[in-house]
Ligand binder design. Structure first.
Ligand code: FAQ
Length: 311
């Protein structure tokens, strides 16, 4: 890749042109997108598991219908994203194999357990809330197929966020026991939600280059701050307390100050040592193995049709 090619590519990016699948692109740009979109797709699919755990135990038919629809949406997001990654020359099988081999990452947040119904509220409110904060700017990502996929995904995530917040509101206005459940869920999901935005900018390996290529439009710390600023008033409205004694409005900065994130915990979870990492991967492996006969049957069927056509 010569300098002139890289400069011409950067000029297209700087002019806010969308890059499309058949356009020439630097190998690093392609690899970064395959990594990020693949990780994003895996997160959607693995992200079905914590909430899927509560579908059979939802407290009413209405809650069950909404949760079922939400979890199904996440599956759909995963499929759009695998398709977007496939436009870059990688196959869904390859990406799945990398996930199952523990080589491809997925979001740290899905390695925490869902212990009570309030966790379903907290996930919608906080996890989908964080996902939206991160994904709205991705609608303007320089890579066309990813940007376009994000538009629909964000619309659905915004419904998810509201259904979660509404569960939290119901619990927070309920019996003392229900309010306590909501508080406990906030206590357990707050810090992991802040970790979703990734390491501090100073430790973000890919951040600078992805900003230059306009794959990312904001840095990890910028998005984390926006999320805190948007979410704290929502929690106060619920009458709940954030598990951070250092959380405080800073008039000068026009933003909330907050305490230090436990990065040891973050990296432990990212590297496979979180409370649910083993279970999550085992569930995906089982689904892949149980589905082997479908893939084999589809291939055999295609083969038979081809043979018949050629006969
Ligand atoms: N977990 O250099 P950076 C959802 C890795 S929302 C695990 O800063 P980058 C919706 C990172 O990959 C969740 N790993 O990386 C839903 C890299 O490792 P690598 C999914 C993490 O890419 C809601 C290393 O650390 N959303 O699914 C995490 O510039 C409810 C260094 O980091 C997306 O994926 C983490 N939290 O910035 C579904 C959004 N953070 O690859 C169900 C798209 C960082 O070199 C229910 N992705 N790492 O081995 C992004 O915006 C970016 O990839 C970031 C990371 C911001 C996540």
């Amino acid at each position: 890749e010569d300098e002139a090619f890289l400069a011409a590519f950067q000029a297209r990016i700087d002019a806010e042109e969308k890059i499309e699948p058949n356009d020439p692109m630097p190998e690093g740009y392609r690899r970064t997108l395959i990594r990020q979109i693949g990780q994003h797709a895996h997160s959607e699919i693995v992200g079905m598991l914590p909430e899927g755990n509560w579908i059979t135990r939802a407290p009413s038919l209405r809650r069950k219908a909404a949760l079922l629809a939400k979890v199904q949406d996440e599956g759909g997001h995963g499929l759009y994203l695998y398709s977007a990654a496939e436009t870059l020359g990688v196959s869904r099988e390859q990406m799945t194999e990398e996930l199952l081999a523990g080589k491809a990452k997925y979001s740290s947040i899905f390695n925490y357990p869902t212990l009570t119904w309030a966790d379903i509220g907290a996930i919608g409110w906080l996890v989908d809330g964080a996902a939206i904060m991160n994904q709205i700017p991705l609608c303007r990502c320089s890579y066309g197929p990813y940007a376009r996929a994000m538009i629909r995904v964000c619309k659905e995530e915004s419904f998810h966020q509201r259904q979660g917040y509404e569960i939290m509101m119901t619990l927070a206005q309920g019996t003392p026991g229900q309010k306590e459940m909501a508080q406990d869920a906030l206590n357990r999901w707050w810090w992991p939600s802040l970790m979703m935005f990734g390491p501090h900018d100073s430790d973000s390996q890919h951040g600078d280059q992805s900003m230059r290529w306009k794959i990312k439009r904001f840095t990890n710390d910028e998005l984390r701050q926006k999320f805190v600023d948007a979410t704290v008033p929502q929690g106060e409205y619920l009458g709940l307390t954030f598990p951070d004694p250092e959380l405080k409005w800073n008039d000068e900065r026009g933003a909330y100050d907050f305490g230090a994130i436990d990065w040891d915990e973050f990296w432990r979870v990212v590297k496979g040592g979180g409370p649910m990492n083993r279970e999550r991967l085992a569930a995906r492996r089982k689904a892949w193995d149980d589905g082997a006969w479908v893939r084999e049957a589809a291939l055999a069927h295609a083969e038979k049709r081809r043979a018949r056509r050629e006969a």
